[in-house]
Design a protein around this ligand. Structure first.
Ligand code: AHG
Ligand code: MN
Ligand code: MN
Ligand code: MN
Length: 355
């Protein structure tokens, strides 16, 4: 019959959030409303990225024209001039950032917002109880090639007496009440986890305009022979780091095969693949980037929470638990190794020999 072929009882993100809320005894609904706002920002960013990528294929001029026709009509003339490719990428960074800020302000639930694209934390008036940290577009250097990018987010519940000072958001990842990311790939995939909870994956159904629960309770494979790192930085790595990557490329045991390399250069996409297939993703601290490249608050910590809640691990370059790191300032960075439980343990074991 017709109804056997049509799914009539699907779990949308909205439904999922409602069910989660009902499980909490003292829920006020504020967190749920904040998540509703978040999902709208993901849908909007997904839409603009898709348009930009789509039109970029045929003509660069059309790309810029189209993008600005949809966003800021008064800028059509300007956009038609000889903008560089780099310029366009930055524009999507800016657009993503503006969408995020406006949606978070509009939610009325946020007091402090930290964004990669804003030097200072943004403090909203009103009595929002939450702090949100975000990387509006992760992997933006990949945009013009149509390679997957993403949005990373984390949510902290502020102390009741919080005044809305930037230092109040310099918290370790263990304080996150929720985190996740959306990857804008062949489809938009939202991965969401809450404190002490499962990791759930949702796929944006473009026709319905809804995120649908497609990957309930995601678990990262315990091990997998895949590594993901910018190997062009080898010359800057310390001895422990080199020794680790040598060990997986030149296994001592004749039964073991060398690992496969996979590196997209969009952390969200590399992390999503690692979550699905297993393996290890690393952006180590090195002689050039002494504190690593990725930012603790809105890149490392949210991703570490996803990995841990899926059964994996995430550690810093000095092999501390990533989630326990307290950032010194909002854009503070850290080296990171994350992924399958056994793979991260292997890193830690080799680093221990170099202490
Ligand atoms: P962003 O685009 O948000 O600035 O982040 C870029 C990050 C991350 O996505 C990726 O893992 C890393 O930069 C890639 O850096 P390299 O080009 O140095 O490998
Ligand atoms: Mn990023
Ligand atoms: Mn970014
Ligand atoms: Mn950037």
């Amino acid at each position: 019959s017709q109804s056997a072929e049509v799914k009539t009882n699907i779990i949308t993100l909205t439904r999922f959030l409602t069910e989660q809320e009902h499980k909490q005894k003292h829920a006020t609904g504020d967190f749920t409303l904040l998540c509703h706002a978040l999902q709208f920002s993901f849908k909007s960013i997904a839409y603009y990225i898709r348009r930009a990528t789509l039109t970029n294929v045929s003509s660069h001029r059309l790309h810029t024209f189209h993008l600005f026709q949809l966003t800021s009509p008064q800028l059509i003339g300007l956009a038609g001039s000889s903008n560089t490719t780099g310029d366009d990428q930055k524009k999507l960074d800016v657009i993503g950032n503006e969408i995020f800020i406006n949606v978070m302000r509009g939610s009325g639930k946020v007091k402090i917002l930290v964004s990669e694209e804003e030097e200072e934390a943004i403090i909203f008036p009103g009595n929002g109880k939450y702090a949100v940290v975000c990387d509006p577009i992760d992997g933006s250097s990949n945009l013009d090639a149509g390679v997957s990018v993403g949005t990373i987010f984390g949510i902290f519940r502020l102390a009741d007496n919080a005044e809305g000072k930037p230092e109040e958001v310099c918290l370790p990842g263990t304080e996150l009440v929720a985190s996740g990311f959306t990857m804008y790939g062949a489809s938009a995939q939202l991965v969401l986890t809450m404190k002490g909870g499962d990791v759930n994956g949702f796929t944006l159904d473009n026709a319905l305009g809804e995120f649908i629960l497609t990957h309930p309770n995601m678990r990262i494979p315990k091990k997998r022979a895949i590594y993901s790192v910018n190997e062009g930085n080898t010359v800057y790595w310390d001895d422990a780091c080199r020794a680790y990557f040598e060990s997986i490329k030149f296994p001592q045991n004749p039964d073991e095969k060398p690992y496969s390399a996979r590196y997209i250069g969009s952390m969200v996409a590399d992390a999503y693949r690692t979550l699905c297939y297993g393996g290890i993703f690393a952006y180590p601290a090195d002689k050039k980037s002494k504190k690593g490249k990725l930012r603790i608050l809105y890149e490392c910590a949210p991703m570490a929470m996803v990995m841990e809640n899926a059964g994996g691990l995430a550690v810093t370059s000095d092999q501390r638990r990533m989630l326990e790191v307290v950032p010194e300032h909002i854009h503070d960075r850290s080296g990171i190794f994350m992924g399958s439980y056994d793979e991260v343990q292997k890193v830690t074991a080799i680093y221990a020999k170099y202490d």
